[in-house]
Write a protein that binds this ligand. Sequence first.
Ligand code: CA
Ligand code: CA
Length: 71
Amino acid sequence: MLRTAFHQIDTNHNGYITGSELRQCLLRSGIPCDDFEIQRVLSRRDYNRDGRVSYDEYMRFMSRIYRGEMP
Ligand SMILES: [Ca+2]
Ligand SMILES: [Ca+2]
């Protein structure tokens, strides 16, 4: 289920979520976001600071949420 969500965001299926892919995903969900908001959301998931979110980083973030460690 989580893996499906990742691949829905990763529209070009290169294994990384970029800012523009995240923005498109939010727009498809009816959530318009400005660049600042996108960067804020992205940076919370981008643990190694390479400007994109890998599958491992995504899973790490989601598992923290599921354990109740994120607000
Ligand atoms: Ca991608
Ligand atoms: Ca990264």
